[in-house]
Ligand binder design. Structure first.
Ligand code: AMP
Length: 478
């Protein structure tokens, strides 16, 4: 099937052709005709499925039908995204796909000066891409008028709710024309009860669109678990990157501190590495991402939040240096690879402390991830599981996932740390993979309820500060 059959205008088809796209992805096939008809949409689609073009192309077409508004151009379409990176990427897509149309777009997010954004808004834009915090700052200063929005897109809505944005979203909705007078498009990788409640409030008789999830059999990501002791993870990672000659690897850690330290250690091992997380300035993150895309930086070490929305074409390798506390984050992480039809590989280094996290992930995926012990890196069966030092007791759910702090609900969080040391050199004579289950099943997990309790309420925790930094320096807990 080609793009020509979807009802898109010649200008848009030209832009799509210039991108080298030959046929629409499943979400594009399903969403574009429905959005062109002006219907509300609730779409289940993850990053990497082509969803951005799925909503951007028909949105541009609908706006381009009427460009006759006189005087100062009102903002007519608003795309809300959870992170700056995603906002920047969506804005790039709007520019690229709309390059042959007489429409103007802008992006606003925190962490950068507000004045150039004000200036751009003042000159008039048709399409605005924004993160909620900075958008509300503009609304508060009356530098943006949202009263003439015709199309609203909530991109990665599940992530926005996870990040405690529900209040900001409500405030934004209150500034828009009444529901019924605008088209609403909601994109989400998962459909929780909270998402359904938001959808009920927001959408008018929406068309439901779902495409194969990344965690179904159709996925093109090869997943594997390598059981390894915690203190030997760094060494194994360096060994894998060097011996397999991986040129572009995205590595996930649970903490910013862990990301920094690992990037430094990899550098010492002679592997060009950089860390990307919420404590880094926007400039540093942009530089790291550009270096990674260009091949200058071989290993990008990222936290979950910082990596959200990164769009790197054909990323071949993702490594879970540490498993995420929240199983859904595993799906988001591995979704960085195997994008838009390319093959990818997701490797997880799992120590005995993380077996419970692994079980939760496999339950979510509804399948076991192949397990491969690497020769020379066999876990030591005498090592006992220890609680994961990150404020949650292993599965990330034992504390309330959201806490009420002041008026905002934020995901629970607390001080985190990781420990990864240097072990003795392995026997690298041969990497003979032996398939087995982790050898630690008999190890009884220590209770860490007391730890969870002692870390229960840290209103300005490391994680929330990271979110705040990512969201323009605003601490989300008000
Ligand atoms: P997204 O899910 O929107 O983040 O898109 C993921 C990647 O797929 C981006 O790099 C897009 O440029 C690419 N892409 C989007 N649509 C197509 C298409 N029809 N054919 C090939 N690549 C595409």
């Amino acid at each position: 099937m080609s793009f020509d059959t979807l009802g898109l205008s010649a200008e848009l088809l030209r832009a799509v052709g210039e991108q080298g796209y030959t046929e629409p992805t499943p979400i594009q096939r399903k969403a574009i005709p429905v959005i062109l008809k002006g219907k509300d949409v609730m779409a289940g689609a993850q990053t990497g499925t082509g969803k951005t073009a799925g909503f951007t192309l028909p949105l541009l077409q609908r706006l381009s039908v009427d460009t006759t508004k006189k005087g100062r151009r009102p903002v007519r379409a608003l795309v809300l995204t959870p992170t700056r990176e995603l906002a920047a990427q969506v804005a790039d897509s709007v520019e690229i796909y709309g390059r042959h149309l007489p429409l103007r777009s802008a992006v606003v997010f925190g962490g950068v000066k507000i004045n150039p954004q004000i200036e751009k808004l003042r000159r008039g834009v048709d399409i605005l891409v924004a993160t909620p915090g900075r958008l509300l700052d503009h609304a508060g200063q009356k530098t943006v008028d949202l009263s003439q929005i015709e199309i609203l897109v909530l991109d990665e809505a599940d992530r926005m709710l996870d990040m405690g944005f529900i209040h900001d979203i409500r405030k934004v909705l209150a500034l828009l024309p009444k529901n019924g007078a605008r088209q609403n498009l909601l994109f989400s990788a998962t459909f929780s009860e909270e998402i359904k409640r938001l959808a009920d409030r927001l959408l008018n008789r929406p068309e439901l669109i779902e495409v194969a999830r990344r965690n179904t059999a159709a996925e093109q990501i090869e997943q594997v678990i390598h059981p390894v002791d915690k203190h030997r993870k760094r060494e194994l990672l360096s060994y894998m990157i060097a011996s397999r000659d991986w040129r572009q690897v995205l590595v996930f850690t649970r903490t910013k501190h862990g990301a920094n330290r690992l990037a430094q250690q990899l550098e010492k091992d002679g592997l060009g590495a950089a860390a990307i997380h919420g404590n880094k300035s926007q400039g540093a993150r942009t530089r790291a991402l550009a270096g990674f895309k260009s091949g200058e930086i071989r290993v990008l070490v990222a936290t979950d939040i910082a990596a959200r929305g990164l769009d790197i074409d054909q990323l071949p390798h993702v490594v879970n240096y540490e498993l995420p506390n929240v199983p859904e984050d595993y799906v988001h992480r591995i979704g960085r690879t195997g994008r838009a039809g390319n093959e990818g590989q997701a490797v997880s280094l799992v120590c005995v402390d993380e077996h419970k996290l692994l079980r939760d992930i496999e339950r979510l995926l509804k399948r076991e991830i192949p397990n491969m012990v690497l020769a020379g890196y066999e876990p030591d069966p005498s090592i006992q599981a220890e609680p994961i030092q990150n404020g949650r007791n292993g599965n990330g759910r034992s504390q309330p996932r959201k806490q009420v702090v002041g008026r905002s609900r934020v995901r629970s969080s607390a001080k985190r740390s990781t420990t990864d040391g240097h072990g003795p050199g392995p026997d690298r004579s041969g990497e003979q993979p032996t398939r087995s289950k982790p050898a630690h099943k008999h190890v009884r997990r220590k209770s860490n309820d007391s730890q969870a309790k002692s870390q229960h309420r840290h209103p300005r925790s490391a994680q929330s500060r990271e979110r705040a930094a990512l969201l323009g320096g605003r601490i989300r807990e008000e």
